[in-house]
Design a protein around this ligand. Sequence first.
Ligand code: ADP
Ligand code: MG
Ligand code: ZN
Length: 626
Amino acid sequence: MKTKGPKNPKRAIIFYYIAAGVLLLLLNALVMPELMRGSVIDVTYNQFISDLENGVVKVVEENATEGTITYSAVDENGKERVYQTAWVNDPDRVDRLLAAKNPDGEPVQYTGVIPTQTSPIMNLLFGLILPVLFMVLLGQLLMRFMMKKMGGPNAMSFGKSNAKVYVEAQTGKTFADVAGQEEAKEALAEIVDFLHNPSKYNSIGASLPKGALLVGPPGTGKTLLAKAVAGEAHVPFFSISGSEFVEMFVGMGAARVRDLFKQAAEKAPCIVFIDEIDTIGKSRDGAGGMGGGNDEREQTLNQLLTEMDGFDGSKGVIILAATNRPETLDKALLRPGRFDRRIPVELPDLEGRAAILKVHAKKVMVDENVDFMAIARATSGASGAELANMVNEAALRAVKQNRRIVNQEDLMEAVETVIAGYQRKNKVLSPREKRIVAYHEIGHALVAAKQTNSAPVAKITIVPRTSGALGYTLQVPEEETNLLSREEAFNKIATFTGGRAAEELIFGSYTSGASNDIEQATRLARSMVTRMGMSEQFDMMALATVGSQYLGGDASLACSEGTAQKIDEEVLRIIKSAHAKAMEILKDNVDKLHELANFLMERETITGEEFMEILNRPDEIPTVQA
Ligand code: ADP
Ligand code: MG
Ligand code: ZN
């Protein structure tokens, strides 16, 4: 990388502007008039009259507005020169001029200048504004060039000189505009209530989180939710996008953050929304300090942290931020008193998609017979933004066909248009995959439910997650427990193996979908043997030193090689028997497995209650308890 010249681009640019400014002034003040005048000789009015009478004058130009008379005359050496004198109110001059002869004996050319049409505005334009604009343009070009030379992904673009703080007095959005994000809305409702009435909270001494982080894939409605919070609370909405900070002058990001918080404090209660916070809040370690860009980001981040710590939460400034890459965020941002609340905004499930379609369909003329559920069913994995796009595409199609109402066919066609765009990104489960994932998840849930001492199932979903998981089964223990019994530990392992067991049982083969389960089952089985003394073979012998006091933390083996091998055998034995137990349970409940998997495939997300309801529903064929 060749970077001769100023190290600090900011200084170079300031230098450029100062130099350019001085040059501009000099040009305006000294050079321009000189250039325009050329080598004009000032003479007295008497001289002019005598030149006229002597017959040496050739051309005379009177400029009444400037108060000058400019004329050309031949001097003693026969050379033509330009002279200038003051315009004098001489009533005889016109007669004299008309009578005067030039050196060739012909009448002197006599003209006047038409009174000026250049208004002061034009003067300003040509004298100052245009040159300045030109200089600025040149400056910008120069900077672009310099930046290109400096290269690197962190090179700043100077196209924009500042990140705009957008303020909306009223966003005009409400929770009604956001469909299928009930959990997120619920979590944000408290913030709305706080903004409505901060004193209610303050009088008790309760303080709300200063910031909440909206986490989810693009297009799921994070920005929309933030706006809806402001709209619901009737407070102003300040927003700024993290990516804009990256494009700023060094030091500007921090200043802008300061500015943002100052403005917000004046307008409190209000919402401050920082979109794409990962672009400034990237983890500082391992980022590698290269170029001004990182410096800039770090300064901006530090300023953000300082501001968040500094302001008084009771004033009613709530900071919302959005990201789709929470794992890259600097830990400092997530500390208590900062963005300590995290609100997942996941891709919508079937019901959610239908609801989103309906919200957007309200904006266009839609045939009342349209079956939104059918559209929703065909769009598993689509985000809110994509669904909104589909409705619009459908409307466009209707217009193209000269219809005034959008019908089912338009929507189905639009689905294909839009899906073609994102299927490439591999986000959508094929029907076959969906079937496998459904059986896998129900496998976990069923094994969990059919064992005693196992945490109840709270939610099962086969909507792909931000984490990359294709589905999951959420178990929430009824009470916080500190002690793990041997039976519970074993049951957990059986539950982990339940997904794979279901795949084997139903499809006779299996997929890579169990890799995370395998990891977790192995870790638990290993700590049963090495740390919790839960195997007959090793009794209460300590076999590992624990790095972290938390269960599941990394532990390193502390035993002989021979023992290590025996440990592996013991771990394998536990997993195998848990796997067998899971298979047993599923075989005994295979009808329920089918019924529940079909239900999940249809609904994509089911609650623990729905799950238990179907499980406990008296069946045509009585199920055998394991
Ligand atoms: P994100 O910020 O998560 O990337 P946006 O909030 O910018 O997503 O969503 C873009 C657009 O998609 C919204 O303006 C809205 O029209 C539509 N949209 C996304 N999610 C929803 C939703 N849950 N309900 C209704 N519309 C949505
Ligand atoms: Mg957004
Ligand atoms: Zn699994």
